[in-house]
Write a protein that binds this ligand. Structure first.
Ligand SMILES: Nc1ncnc2c1ncn2[C@@H]1O[C@H](COP(=O)(O)OP(=O)(O)O)[C@@H](O)[C@H]1O
Ligand SMILES: [Mg+2]
Length: 354
């Protein structure tokens, strides 16, 4: 990540709202992100990614480590280092084209209309400043003329929304004086402090124990319910998706391989990769099976896969026809898409998890 852009501040808000005609708050259209490789080549990390998030909707993006979830998330705010990154396609927030924004507009978007929560809270905290100092700075960077008392109230309010039990005390604390769960809550508070319409959370609970993870997921659900916030929740955990999300996009090796509502996806998973992820997820209720299955092998590097389906090397249903040419996403149901040409061979599979 580009440190200068991450920490940069802005003094103006982006232009007045011009919501997308489809009503989406976030629209990602055919997004390809490539990074500089050897000998001046540009190597794609994600390709042709499209999805939308409506106001008040929680979209889960799920997949194993290395599938391109963070690359996708960072692109929403153009957080990749622009000297070594090429973006193709479109990202629109509230009708505004993120890839044609000036640095000034981008800085207003970051921490303004869009809050971002990183997996590691320390990547968005300054260890030398108190939580209160950092939050106040975020407020003043996005709006001028507020009284000190008003700014403090806004910070306390955001911390309370993030589930802080003693927000006044937290304001005076340095990061090293707080636990992992408290830090992640402080980071959520910081992302909320300017009343964002969209929260992008990149594995916000992965490093935390199960109880604290559940508390934080409840915070996210409450923000959606009470404030109508839209959330993009990145996770490798299908259990988290089942508990929190409305819709889900499954990513494998830089592509979306299946997308549907959560109910539909868990009842009728179509892509063999989705099935593999579900079979590897412990049930939310009832006894845990003695052994959970795992998807054989690991995510290959993009350079190692052939011209056909990227999941071919690990797929139990693979056939020669899968290895010839790229597989397109196809409609397999109501608002349900899957990137597989062997669907009729992928036997009906049900698992009661949601
Ligand atoms: N800044 C970067 N430069 C080059 N390659 C990158 C960069 N960031 C991520 N990648 C590559 O993109 C792929 C997807 O990474 P990432 O989005 O972090 O996966 P995930 O979040 O799903 O674990 C990986 O192969 C990773 O090495
Ligand atoms: Mg990641």
């Amino acid at each position: 990540m580009d440190e200068t852009t991450k920490n940069a501040h802005a003094t103006t808000a982006i232009a007045a709202d011009a919501p997308d005609a489809s009503g989406a708050l976030l629209r990602v259209d055919n997004l390809t992100v490539s990074f500089a490789g050897q000998k001046k080549t540009m190597v794609p990390a994600i390709e042709g990614v499209s999805y939308e998030v409506a106001p008040g909707e929680i979209l889960g993006i799920v997949g194993e480590s290395g599938c391109g979830k963070s690359v996708t998330a960072f692109s929403i705010l153009r957080l990749h280092d622009e000297r070594t990154t090429r973006y193709d396609g479109h990202v629109e927030v509230n009708g505004h084209d993120v890839f044609s924004m000036s640095q000034h507009e981008l800085h207003a978007l970051r921490g303004g209309d869009v809050g971002f929560i990183f997996q590691n809270p320390m990547s968005s905290l300054n260890p030398l400043m108190t939580i209160g100092q950092q939050m106040r700075e975020t407020v003043t960077a996005h709006g001028s003329g507020l009284s000190k008392a008003r700014i403090r109230e806004q910070c306390l309010h955001a911390l309370r929304d993030a589930g802080a039990d003693e927000p006044e005390e937290w304001m005076g604390k340095y990061p090293y004086q707080m636990s992992g769960g408290q830090l992640q809550r402080a980071v959520i508070g910081m992302a909320l402090v300017n009343g964002p319409k969209l929260l992008v959370a990149d594995e916000p609970t992965t490093a935390l124990d199960v109880t604290i993870q559940m508390q934080l997921l409840r915070v996210l659900m409450r923000l959606r319910d009470e404030q109508g916030m839209s959330i993009v929740l990145i996770t490798h955990d299908m259990g988290v998706v089942a508990q929190v999300c409305d819709r889900v996009a499954v990513m494998y090796l830089g592509e979306i391989v299946e997308s549907a509502s959560v109910d539909e996806l868990f009842a009728h998973p179509r892509h063999p990769y989705t099935r593999g992820l579900l079979e590897a997820t412990p049930p939310l209720e009832g006894p845990h099976p003695e052994r959970l299955s795992t998807i054989p092998g690991s995510v290959p590097r993009l350079a190692e896969v052939g011209p056909g389906c990227r999941f071919a090397s690990r797929c139990p249903f693979v056939a020669e026809e899968c290895k010839v040419a790229p597989i397109a996403l196809q409609k397999v149901g109501d608002h349900h898409q899957a990137r597989c040409i062997r669907l009729e061979h992928v036997s009906e599979f049900r698992k009661v998890i949601a």
